[in-house]
Design a protein around this ligand. Structure first.
Ligand code: 4NP
Length: 148
């Protein structure tokens, strides 16, 4: 799961999928990263933590890290939140195989539309709730794919 800062959108996507994978009894590694380094080592944004906790998916223990080229070797699928994340991640791809791992996460729930998960960082609480709904829906679809 990749966003810009790894403190709002991608840690929530990470936490939601980790929880769903564990509840389904699957053995799948889930992680998240940001394309930027500003927040490396930080806990998720307090507003995202509060929204996630209220919805029963605490993400307090996650810490931000930066996306690195080795993530292409470590992971089979790389889900990005918006087109800017997509371009930044693709700029590190070394092959068509790497490129093929990169997907817009909302194409899981809204196929072929290339919709973006809006960045809630500079907005109000409503934005965090919206992000939660979008990512809960997308990770439900992903979990079903992984089960099959
Ligand atoms: P995220 O949100 O990419 O969903 O983690 C942001 C977090 C921090 C900043 C921008 C977006 N920032 O500019 O510091």
């Amino acid at each position: 799961m990749v966003c810009l800062g790894n403190i709002c959108r991608s840690p929530l996507a990470d936490g939601l999928l980790r929880k769903k994978v564990a509840e389904a009894g699957l053995d799948i590694e889930v992680d998240s990263a940001g394309t930027a380094a500003h927040h490396v080592g930080d806990a998720p944004d307090e507003r995202m933590q509060a929204t996630a906790k209220a919805m029963g998916c605490p993400i307090d223990d996650l810490r931000a890290r930066q996306f690195v080229v080795q993530d292409y070797d470590q992971f089979d699928r790389i889900l990005v939140m918006d087109q800017s994340n997509r371009q930044n991640v693709l700029s590190l791809a070394r092959s068509a195989e790497d490129e093929a791992k990169v997907e817009m996460i909302l194409n899981l729930s809204h196929p072929n539309q290339d919709l973006e998960v809006p960045d809630p960082y500079y907005g109000g609480d409503q934005g965090f709730q919206e992000v939660y709904q979008l990512l809960d829906e997308a990770t439900d679809v992903l979990l079903n794919e992984l089960k099959n």
